[in-house]
Design a protein around this ligand. Structure first.
Ligand code: ARG
Length: 719
């Protein structure tokens, strides 16, 4: 808290930082003047209360954001956030991705993908003192890691004494601060409505990350609980959840220049990384991962026929890979065209100069900065192997075998001693993920994915490879693709892990059962466990070492930024944040200005009648009839489809409600423009634009095209 008082002084005098910043709710009063000036009508204090309106209406889906829009637990999010659940319920004969889906009454709603959750954050507590107590400078990295992990587990266990809640300890500024999050966890989530892909994913991967945009990226879920009102596993008897708060949907929308804000759960940004980390990422990690993601998409497509059930099982994975392949591509382009590295290098120099100028500062920060660079270099040395090996868990056989064996090992310990992810509190999650594989797995495709990755792995120099893994797959310097292919043929022919009941049964088995098993993937898990565990321990040690220096580095950066009058907020870490700004166009290139609204007429101009520009006929008919209903916006002479905002968002914010000055829902944020993607590392106010689906377009399609009158009636609509 002390730090924040200093912060408050710095920020209240400034007031130049509208747009940039992902603020923790408790920070809002410190930027109250800016919020007011930007146009917020609610008191910033009110926004700090998580169980009050509007925060109480904002939920996390774990990876995406959403919000309650009725008193019967109706939840709105992006189509691309519900995509996995739509896919989960799709078959070749009944393809909901292609056709869309609407439950006209409660009984028709479908179970979301196994393991789907809705989290309502009810409390956030600063637990920095508890977590850091007992940490010493002389501890080894591993001990430090273990200490923090144990303290976190203890706090989490206390917090979860009420089983309705899921708690987690999250670090901010690389470990400078820790917060404990308490979230109501709703476990019965159902799919209520999704438009067809040709609306919800209009423009597909061509338009993804681009402006101008015409995507109806919205979908609806409903939260269900037991009859007692408490979270419960799926059951026919469950009833809709009654949230304390829900948002009103504003059908009048916003205008150019209007105040907007987004409350949500941004995943990860890297705005305070060192110059070396930036360089490593953009010149080595991203080129590798971009190529990998593209190649895996090819592999999957090459092993499943378009429109087939096999392909449908991988629709979600393909969408995710393609999304991030393009994301990385844009970032690399911006990096090579722009001055990101020069400025990071410059900052690096200036920071050192600033630290060295005063002996007290030098003493406090000097050592940490040098040590951080060493650790970054150590961790980067094996990035290739670590990346390729990490991607191998995309293979459901590899990941489920390893996970199941680990569970058997961990079960031998007391609950508190177990590795996190394998405690009693995690069993439900594990079994759900074992179930989920059933609609996401095809042996032939899984095998091709693994072949792709192991072939890459085999090309690594011997000293980077893992001996036990090499031995298992008979990989050596004279690598033969044919030999590996034959080995995989045999493994996939013999394994029984493709069967859901078999996977679930393994959750109950002992270490001895695993050791005796003849299932080739179980054998892989057993025989390579020690080697894989050694790597895990090494990485924990490194992360403990980083934890000893990164917070000091961050303290230096914070003090330095403060001296320059720059905004100070923590990098995104999947926790609740607020960002605010305005509806506003931008200039993506010299000589061009992009206006902030797109229109139905603009959508018509894109139509080619073929994917991904193939709107439903009904939608085209209504546009041609100029049947705008009550959603017409005069200055654009049409219904607004998408709009641009200046909000500081990233992946994870997807599905967040876009709110006006009174916290009414005026849209959903679903993307950022191409030129802004590098903003995750290097924010530029002139290029940073968020893309929102306009509430008017959503309501217009629901009313005029999909006939979702039941939902329109259920929501509180401000007309
Ligand atoms: N770019 C969006 C995001 O990362 C995802 C959009 C999904 N649409 C698509 N065509 N892949 O939030």
């Amino acid at each position: 808290m002390k730090k924040l008082i200093i912060l408050a002084a710095a920020l209240c005098t400034g007031s130049v930082f509208a747009d940039e910043g992902m603020w923790q709710p408790h920070q809002l009063p410190t930027i109250a003047k800016d919020l007011k000036k930007a146009g917020l009508k609610l008191s910033p204090e009110k926004l700090t209360n998580l169980t009050d309106f509007p925060m109480g209406a904002i939920v996390s889906l774990g990876g995406c954001t959403a919000s309650f829009v009725s008193d019967k637990g109706l939840v709105v999010t992006n189509h691309h956030c519900a995509y996995g659940s739509i896919q989960y319920n799709s078959t070749e004969e009944n393809n909901l991705l292609e056709n869309g889906f609407l439950a006209k009454k409660l009984g028709e709603e479908l179970q979301a993908a196994a393991g789907s959750r809705i989290y309502v954050t009810e409390n956030i507590v600063n637990v920095s003192n508890q977590i850091k107590k007992g940490l010493t400078g002389s501890m080894s990295g591993s001990d430090r890691y273990a200490h923090i992990d144990n303290m976190s587990k203890k706090l989490v266990a206390e917090c979860e004494s009420d089983k309705a809640y899921r708690c987690s300890v999250v670090n901010f500024h690389g470990g400078l601060e820790y917060y404990l999050f308490k979230q109501l966890m709703i476990r019965d989530v159902r799919l209520v409505h999704a438009p067809a892909n040709s609306v919800g994913k209009y423009g597909g991967d061509i338009d993804n990350w681009m402006w101008p945009r015409h995507t109806g990226d919205y979908a609806f879920y409903r939260a269900y609980v037991g009859k007692d009102g408490k979270p419960a596993d799926f059951s026919e008897d469950n009833v809709p959840f009654k949230p304390k708060h829900h948002l009103k949907v504003n059908a009048k929308g916003v205008d150019d220049g209007d105040y907007i804000m987004v409350l949500g759960y941004p995943g990860r940004t890297n705005r305070y990384r060192t110059a070396d980390e930036v360089k490593n990422t953009f010149t080595e990690n991203y080129p590798l991962t971009k190529e990998l993601m593209g190649s895996l998409v090819e592999t999957i497509k090459g092993n499943s026929e378009e429109g087939s059930d096999e392909r449908l099982k991988y629709a979600s994975l393909i969408a995710g890979l393609a999304n991030y392949e393009k994301n990385r591509g844009s970032m690399m382009e911006s990096y090579h065209k722009g001055t990101t590295q020069q400025r990071k290098d410059q900052l690096n120099k200036e920071l050192r100069k600033w630290v060295n100028k005063k002996s007290s500062r030098k003493k406090q920060f000097g050592g940490a900065i040098g040590e951080l660079d060493n650790l970054v270099a150590t961790s980067h040395a094996t990035y290739k192997r670590d990346t390729i090996f990490g991607y191998a868990s995309i293979s459901s056989m590899m990941s489920s075998a390893s996970r199941l064996y680990r569970l058997a090992l961990e079960k031998q310990k007391t609950d508190m001693e177990r590795e996190s992810g394998y405690q009693e509190r995690d069993l439900n999650r594990i079994s759900q993920s074992m179930k989920r594989i059933s609609r996401r797995y095809e042996a032939k495709v899984d095998q091709a994915i693994l072949m792709n990755l192991l072939t890459r792995y085999a090309q690594l120099p011997a000293k980077e490879r893992i001996q036990d893994v090499d031995r298992f797959f008979s990989i050596d310097d004279g690598f033969s693709e044919a030999r590996l292919a034959k080995k995989l043929d045999k493994m996939y022919a013999k394994t029984k892990l493709g069967d859901e009941a078999v996977r679930l049964a393994w959750m109950e088995k002992s270490v001895a059962d695993f050791e005796k098993s003849e299932d080739p993937f179980i054998q892989y898990a057993v025989k390579t466990y020690k080697a894989r565990k050694a790597l895990e321990d090494k990485s924990k040690d490194l992360s403990g070492k980083l934890n000893a220096v990164r917070p000091k580095y961050m303290e230096a950066i914070i003090a330095y930024n403060k001296s320059k009058g720059l905004p100070i907020y923590a990098d995104a870490n999947s926790t609740l944040r607020v960002t605010y700004g305005n509806v506003k166009g931008y200039s993506p290139k010299d000589g061009m200005y992009a206006v902030p609204f797109t229109t139905l007429d603009g959508l018509l101009q894109k139509e080619i009648g073929e994917e991904p520009f193939n709107s439903p006929k009904k939608l085209l008919d209504v546009i041609n009839k100029k049947d705008y209903g009550s959603y017409y916006k005069k200055d654009i002479d049409s219904v607004p489809v998408n709009y641009l905002g200046t909000l500081d968002i990233t992946g994870g914010n997807s599905g967040s409600p876009t709110l006006n000055d009174k916290a009414e829902l005026v849209g959903l944020v679903f993307d950022g423009v191409y030129e802004s993607i590098i903003g995750d590392w290097d924010y530029d106010p002139s290029l940073n634009r968020s893309i929102h689906v306009d509430s008017r377009y959503m309501l217009w399609v629901m009313e005029k095209v999909d006939g979702a009158h039941n939902l329109i009636k259920e929501m509180d609509i401000v007309r």
